[in-house]
Design a protein around this ligand. Structure first.
Ligand code: UD1
Length: 360
């Protein structure tokens, strides 16, 4: 059986790594990797391949950036000939980025089986491009692997056939558990002059936070306030850096330390020793849950509600007053305990590969 795996953007790489590993050790499965090239900077892509031991992609579509329509169409046009040439039995896509839906759509139209890993997650916010990608990919998928029970419930609610849905755990956590020991040896705290538990980490890249000048200015103001009490380390996504520059928003470097995007191991070390993480990322809500580091999510909704239910994550929105209120509450109530979601145990990829073998 030949399977083509697709990865395109930074959060895909941590998800595809354990799957490539599990496929490799499985007799009877020939697995290929296609990189769409949605992310292409060394620090957004190649670094992750090296650190996570992901094999060189068999094909790189090299599509790069563009508007949603341009990027999605470019991936589709470049991916179709790859499927026609290699004739796989199935295509596996992960997550919710434009590469996910673009390759999913081409696969389904060619009558090839489509596997979606991280299926069923819903923020119920259609203004998020990722929500559109999630809903559409699940609607055309043949095998849908969920990381948490809410994913299963959402798919059932949408009328998806029961035999397509499988709760398997979280492949991103497979990668975290596998690399945690190595991340401990990272020198990032030393090189940034930080001590354990005495700083905050922030990441921001969602259009809802960074594309509106007033919102971005407000969030940066709240981070500066926090920065008066402890260093705020901000590994900055390229699109956020562009927005800060084009809006003319200056940051006070004594309070917020803007640094280039980090590799996987340095970033894992950085968040694991932080006092608090403030983010609008999806994956970081999950990683902090396992690391037991309090996470304030700068959004009004999450497609990963289990992270809130187990007690590590809080939705605080983007209003400066509510960000600061939640931060102060955390400072005054340290040591809240949180639980680990079911099946986030490092074995999700193995379960997925076993089910693929049984079902296809
Ligand atoms: C994409 C995903 C988002 C994910 C995020 C993680 C979609 C719709 N969005 O958002 O779900 O959370 O990746 O990072 O797929 N750029 C660079 N170098 C790169 C890549 C991008 O400079 O290697 C800049 C370009 O100016 C580009 C912009 O970032 O236009 C946005 O990149 P894009 O891939 O369109 O979306 P992200 O914001 O990264």
């Amino acid at each position: 059986m030949k399977i083509i795996n697709v990865a395109g953007a930074r959060p895909n790489f941590m998800k595809i790594a354990p799957l490539m590993d599990s496929f490799r050790s499985q007799a009877g499965i020939e697995s290929m990797l296609v990189h769409t090239g949605q992310h292409y900077d060394e620090k957004m892509s190649d670094l992750f391949f090296r650190e996570l031991g992901i094999p060189e992609p068999d094909v790189n579509l090299g599509v790069g950036s563009g508007s949603h329509a341009v990027q999605t169409a470019a991936i589709m046009q470049a991916f179709e000939p790859v499927l026609l040439e290699h004739k796989p039995h199935a295509v596996l896509v992960v997550g919710d980025v434009n590469s996910t839906i673009a390759c999913g759509l081409v696969t389904a139209k060619l009558g090839i089986k489509l596997i979606h890993v991280e299926a069923g997650l819903r923020s119920f916010d259609r203004s998020m491009p990722e929500e559109i990608n999630r809903v559409l990919t699940d609607a055309i998928g043949d095998l849908l692997f969920c990381s948490e029970q809410s994913g299963v419930d959402n798919l059932r609610q949408e009328g998806v056939a029961e035999d397509k849905i499988h709760l398997v755990g979280n492949v991103m956590i497979d990668t975290l558990l596998r690399h945690r020991g190595k991340a401990e040896t990272s020198r990032i705290l030393h090189s940034l002059g930080l001590s354990n538990g005495a700083y905050a980490v922030t990441t921001l890249h969602r259009p809802s936070n960074v594309d509106d000048v007033a919102t971005l200015r407000g969030v940066m103001g709240a981070l500066e306030e926090i920065g008066r009490e402890m260093p705020v380390i901000f590994p900055i996504h390229p699109r956020t850096r562009q927005r800060l520059a084009s809006f003319g928003i200056q940051t006070n470097h004594a309070q917020i330390r803007l640094i280039d995007p980090l590799g996987y191991l340095d970033f894992l070390k950085l968040i694991s020793a932080a006092r608090v993480v403030l983010t609008d990322s999806g994956g970081i809500q999950e990683e902090t849950t396992i690391l037991k580091v309090p996470c304030l999510t700068l959004r009004n909704n999450t497609e990963r509600p289990v992270t809130v239910a187990v007690g590590s994550n809080q939705l605080v929105g983007s209003e400066p007053a509510s960000i600061l209120k939640a931060y102060r509450h955390l400072q005054n109530h340290p040591g809240r305990s949180s639980a680990t979601p079911p099946l986030w145990d490092g074995h999700a990829a193995e379960r997925i590969v076993r089910i693929i073998q049984e079902k296809l």
